[in-house]
Unconditional design. Structure first.
Length: 323
């Protein structure tokens, strides 16, 4: 049962993977603005790097001890975090996963997220249409997030491959495909340096790579720099997911071919609203119809629209971007 707060006493926590990625910066902005509007006392925490599970565990423990009414979290390790999440729920806190579902998804009370599989599917469909007949001869580099393979990592990776027309075997597993077009998978930690080193590693396996999937736009920027350092930046099409302003600008500049834009400010803002409502009367937010999470939307952004794949323009993407 929730600990029902008195007016002005509602406490919420936001725990992000890092506080440097523009996606999480915008998430914090959305949560902060909505908390101020509703009179919610907000505490924010972040891992040192993407994958810093222990710092997130400590943050949840701090929120429990502080008597918070609810927690919003983008989990770095979607499986290992569930134990301490259950502790929070047992203590009456509402726990909402933002962007990255827990495993299992019902380990949290609710999930507010982009349909990450759909986000991957959109860029996969676009890439297949962009390559046309050459899609059958593609040499694909898969630049994923981390060896821990959190759910967002798996969903985006598998969605892209399905959208491109590759048999993904077990959709819950990265790397079990046997399609010869996949050169390999490597981890980027979701940042530019990781994207560059992963791209360099995969180019050593096959210098003919002509399609690059990236977990997010910082990794995409790093991949482009690696390609450019070899003088082959025009050889490969790069696709990504996030929709931050630097990433959308990179679409306009030709660095990224297409990206799937998501809306972190809305995720966090709605999360704070949900915690405030829960503190008031115990209401737990419900998922979108036909889904097991609340869908906060996704759009494909490109300056090269293709038949059969719905997209928005770079100009609209820049109007709605973040970071």
């Amino acid at each position: 049962m929730p600990a029902v707060a008195q007016d002005g006493d509602t406490k919420a926590c936001l725990i992000t993977k890092t506080d440097t990625n523009p996606f999480f910066v915008k998430m914090k902005e959305g949560a902060t603005a909505k908390a101020e509007e509703l009179g919610v006392e907000l505490s924010t925490y972040a891992g040192k790097i993407d994958g810093d599970h222990e710092t997130q565990v400590q943050a949840i423990e701090s929120c429990i001890a502080a008597g918070a009414n609810g927690i919003l979290i983008t989990p770095s390790d979607t499986k290992a975090i569930t134990g301490v999440v259950q502790q929070a729920r047992d203590n009456g806190l509402l726990v909402i996963a933002l962007d990255t579902p827990l495993e299992p998804i019902d380990a949290a009370d609710a999930t507010f997220a982009t349909d990450n599989f759909k986000a991957g599917e959109l860029i996969g469909q676009w890439a297949r249409a962009k390559l046309g007949d050459e899609a059958e001869n593609a040499k694909i580099a898969m630049l994923d997030l981390s060896p821990a393979a959190p759910s967002v990592d798996v969903l985006r990776d598998q969605g892209f491959l399905k959208g491109f027309g590759i048999d993904i075997k077990d959709e819950n597993t990265i790397g079990d495909e046997d399609d010869p077009r996949i050169v390999g998978h490597d981890s980027t930690s979701g940042n530019e340096e990781g994207g560059r080193s992963a791209m360099e590693s995969l180019l050593q396996q096959d210098p003919g790579i002509n399609l690059v999937y990236t977990i997010n736009e910082p990794a995409a920027a790093g991949a482009y720099e690696a390609l450019k350092s070899f003088g082959i930046e025009d050889q490969a099409v790069i696709v990504s997911i996030d929709g931050g302003c630097p990433g959308v600008q990179n679409v306009e500049d030709g660095v990224i071919g297409a990206t799937s834009q998501q809306y972190p400010l809305e995720m966090a803002s709605k999360g704070i609203e949900a915690i405030a409502q829960y503190a008031k009367d115990g209401t737990v937010p419900q998922p979108s119809e036909g889904l097991d999470f609340f869908n906060t939307g996704v759009n494909l952004v490109t300056d090269e629209a293709v038949d059969g794949v719905e997209s928005i323009s770079v100009e609209e993407g820049l109007d709605r971007c973040w970071g």
